[in-house]
Design a protein around this ligand. Structure first.
Ligand SMILES: Cc1cc2nc3c(=O)[nH]c(=O)nc-3n(C[C@H](O)[C@H](O)[C@H](O)COP(=O)(O)OP(=O)(O)OC[C@H]3O[C@@H](n4cnc5c(N)ncnc54)[C@H](O)[C@@H]3O)c2cc1C
Ligand code: FES
Length: 278
């Protein structure tokens, strides 16, 4: 049976800072006393603020950025857990269980890579782009080998857009209300770029965002025969493969064979659409 990663630990970290980001988000920076190896983008931690009233079940968050033993998480306030993390003060304790999950596969040269981010789904892409540009998982990619298509309902939900733009890759912003960039959703922006030739039609897709966007991305990739990986943000109970709370339907011809469901926490959160279907 799939097991949690061997490098996962339960750490008590210290809050370094909480900075507002966008209309309803924060960047939480924590410091671990223990050494952390450089983490593959799209791996995640289960976080729990050590404050009264924090939900009994810790909440999963992708690592947004890493600086040695300091980790940043880009967090959209959704409910009690995320609000408690956003309200932390410097020095507060945060239990962080991880690193968990597999992370993005190596982003190789060859076909153009398109990262499709929907709102807070941008979080696992910052380090992915950084790592591809530095070649930390193999080939060094040129900034022209990648495009980030970053969609959201409105401008204020394109979290940290300037910092993404500063990475040097082409960033296509798209908003449903037209307040920033292309007027429409991320997939419509991608299709327009295909039509204009700005993005090659034989690209590979990497997507993270709300369920409707991921469903549409899977559908589009299958229709066009494109390789595609999705980072799923399913609700999670334990994060370590015990509770069966994060099933993802598998495909019989995929890597998991006839087993009907994969566990998002230990076999994901990143899946190829060759292996699972939403
Ligand atoms: C692998 C993984 C990585 C993630 N990375 C990030 C990240 O980098 N940044 C970030 O902000 N969030 C991320 N999430 C989502 C985050 O874990 C949830 O938003 C968080 O658990 C909500 O907790 P809460 O107590 O604030 O909200 P709750 O009180 O639990 O829920 C509030 C409302 O939000 C809804 N909700 C809760 N979680 C989700 C979800 N995952 N998708 C859609 N609706 C939801 C609930 O149904 C409810 O209506 C990630 C999730 C996973 C599984
Ligand atoms: S969250 Fe418990 S098995 Fe995946």
């Amino acid at each position: 049976m799939p097991a949690p990663p061997v490098d996962a630990r339960s750490l008590i970290t210290e809050c370094v800072s909480v900075e507002p980001c966008g209309d309803d988000g924060v960047i939480l920076r924590v410091r671990s006393e223990e050494h952390l190896e450089p983490l593959r983008a799209a791996r995640f931690f289960m976080l729990s603020a050590q404050v009264p009233g924090f939900p009994a079940i810790p909440r999963p968050f992708s690592v947004y950025r890493q600086d040695g033993a300091e980790l940043e998480f880009l967090i959209k306030i959704m409910g009690r857990g995320t609000q408690a993390l956003a309200d932390l003060s410097e020095g507060a304790a945060v239990r962080a269980t991880g690193p968990l999950g597999n992370g993005w596969p190596d982003i190789d040269a060859g076909n153009h890579s398109v990262m499709l981010a929907g709102g807070i789904g941008s979080a696992p892409f910052y380090m992915a782009i950084e790592q591809a540009l530095s070649g930390s998982h193999g080939t060094i990619l040129d900034a022209s080998d990648m495009t980030l298509v970053y969609g959201a309902a409105t401008k204020g939900l394109l979290y940290d857009l300037e910092r993404f733009a500063a990475l040097g890759v082409r960033v296509v912003a798209a908003t449903d209300d037209g307040s920033e960039g292309f007027h429409g959703n991320a997939l419509e922006a991608l299709k327009q770029d295909w039509e204009s030739g700005a993005i090659p039609t034989d690209c590979r897709l990497y997507a993270c965002g709300p369920d409707p966007m991921l469903h549409a991305t899977e559908h589009l990739a299958r229709e066009r025969g494109l390789k595609c990986w999705l980072s799923l943000e399913d609700l999670m109970g334990c994060g370590v493969g015990i509770c069966n709370g994060c099933p993802v339907p598998t495909l019989p011809d995929g890597a998991m064979g006839d087993w009907p469901n994969a566990k998002c926490c230990v076999e994901g959160p990143v899946f190829s659409i060759a292996d699972v279907t939403l």
